[in-house]
Design a protein around this ligand. Structure first.
Ligand SMILES: [Zn+2]
Length: 104
Protein backbone atom coordinates (compact mmCIF):
# COMPACT_ATOMS: atom_id res chain seq x y z
CA UNK A 1 0.00 0.00 0.00
CA UNK A 2 1.45 3.36 -0.96
CA UNK A 3 1.74 6.29 1.38
CA UNK A 4 0.14 9.49 0.19
CA UNK A 5 1.11 12.95 1.31
CA UNK A 6 -1.71 15.37 1.90
CA UNK A 7 -1.60 19.11 2.32
CA UNK A 8 -4.42 21.23 3.60
CA UNK A 9 -4.64 24.40 1.60
CA UNK A 10 -6.72 25.99 4.30
CA UNK A 11 -4.37 25.73 7.30
CA UNK A 12 -1.21 24.29 5.68
CA UNK A 13 -1.37 21.06 7.68
CA UNK A 14 0.63 18.21 6.11
CA UNK A 15 0.00 14.56 6.88
CA UNK A 16 0.51 11.07 5.46
CA UNK A 17 -2.03 8.33 4.91
CA UNK A 18 -1.62 4.69 4.02
CA UNK A 19 -4.14 4.09 1.30
CA UNK A 20 -4.81 1.62 -1.46
CA UNK A 21 -4.51 2.97 -4.98
CA UNK A 22 -8.24 2.57 -5.52
CA UNK A 23 -9.12 4.44 -2.33
CA UNK A 24 -10.60 7.87 -2.70
CA UNK A 25 -8.24 10.73 -1.86
CA UNK A 26 -8.87 12.44 1.45
CA UNK A 27 -10.49 15.82 1.18
CA UNK A 28 -11.27 16.68 4.77
CA UNK A 29 -8.48 18.12 6.88
CA UNK A 30 -8.09 16.40 10.25
CA UNK A 31 -6.68 19.59 11.70
CA UNK A 32 -9.19 22.27 10.74
CA UNK A 33 -12.00 20.18 9.26
CA UNK A 34 -12.20 22.02 5.93
CA UNK A 35 -12.55 20.16 2.62
CA UNK A 36 -9.51 21.77 0.95
CA UNK A 37 -7.00 18.95 1.37
CA UNK A 38 -4.94 18.10 -1.71
CA UNK A 39 -2.96 14.97 -2.37
CA UNK A 40 0.70 15.65 -3.12
CA UNK A 41 2.20 13.75 -6.02
CA UNK A 42 5.71 12.33 -6.14
CA UNK A 43 5.97 10.40 -2.89
CA UNK A 44 6.05 6.94 -4.46
CA UNK A 45 8.04 7.92 -7.54
CA UNK A 46 10.75 9.54 -5.41
CA UNK A 47 11.95 6.12 -4.34
CA UNK A 48 12.46 5.09 -7.95
CA UNK A 49 14.48 8.21 -8.74
CA UNK A 50 16.85 7.47 -5.87
CA UNK A 51 17.77 4.15 -7.48
CA UNK A 52 21.13 3.00 -8.79
CA UNK A 53 20.56 4.66 -12.16
CA UNK A 54 21.01 8.05 -10.56
CA UNK A 55 24.36 7.19 -9.07
CA UNK A 56 25.60 5.90 -12.40
CA UNK A 57 24.71 9.12 -14.20
CA UNK A 58 26.13 11.21 -11.36
CA UNK A 59 29.42 9.35 -11.49
CA UNK A 60 29.55 9.61 -15.26
CA UNK A 61 28.87 13.36 -15.36
CA UNK A 62 31.41 14.01 -12.63
CA UNK A 63 34.22 12.20 -14.39
CA UNK A 64 33.12 13.77 -17.65
CA UNK A 65 33.23 17.23 -16.12
CA UNK A 66 36.66 16.59 -14.65
CA UNK A 67 37.99 15.50 -18.03
CA UNK A 68 36.42 18.51 -19.71
CA UNK A 69 37.79 21.03 -17.21
CA UNK A 70 41.25 19.54 -17.55
CA UNK A 71 41.04 19.73 -21.32
CA UNK A 72 39.71 23.28 -21.12
CA UNK A 73 42.51 24.43 -18.84
CA UNK A 74 45.28 22.98 -20.95
CA UNK A 75 43.81 24.21 -24.21
CA UNK A 76 43.19 27.68 -22.78
CA UNK A 77 46.77 27.90 -21.56
CA UNK A 78 48.11 26.79 -24.89
CA UNK A 79 45.92 29.23 -26.75
CA UNK A 80 46.89 32.08 -24.46
CA UNK A 81 50.57 31.39 -24.90
CA UNK A 82 50.20 31.12 -28.63
CA UNK A 83 48.30 34.39 -28.81
CA UNK A 84 50.81 36.37 -26.80
CA UNK A 85 53.69 34.83 -28.69
CA UNK A 86 52.30 35.61 -32.11
CA UNK A 87 51.31 39.11 -31.03
CA UNK A 88 54.79 39.81 -29.77
CA UNK A 89 56.50 38.46 -32.85
CA UNK A 90 54.09 40.35 -35.10
CA UNK A 91 54.83 43.59 -33.33
CA UNK A 92 58.56 43.12 -33.40
CA UNK A 93 58.40 42.11 -37.05
CA UNK A 94 56.47 45.25 -37.91
CA UNK A 95 58.73 47.59 -36.01
CA UNK A 96 61.79 45.91 -37.44
CA UNK A 97 60.55 46.11 -41.02
CA UNK A 98 59.39 49.67 -40.54
CA UNK A 99 62.67 50.81 -39.08
CA UNK A 100 64.46 49.00 -41.88
CA UNK A 101 62.34 50.80 -44.46
CA UNK A 102 62.99 54.15 -42.82
CA UNK A 103 66.70 53.64 -42.59
CA UNK A 104 66.84 52.23 -46.08
ZN1 LIG B 1 -6.58 22.24 7.49
Amino acid sequence: MPTYDYLCQECGYEFERFQSITAKPIRKCPECGSNSVKRLIGCGSGVIFRGTGFYQTDYRTESYKKGQSRHKESSAQQKGEEKTDTAKTNQTDKTQSESKKKTA
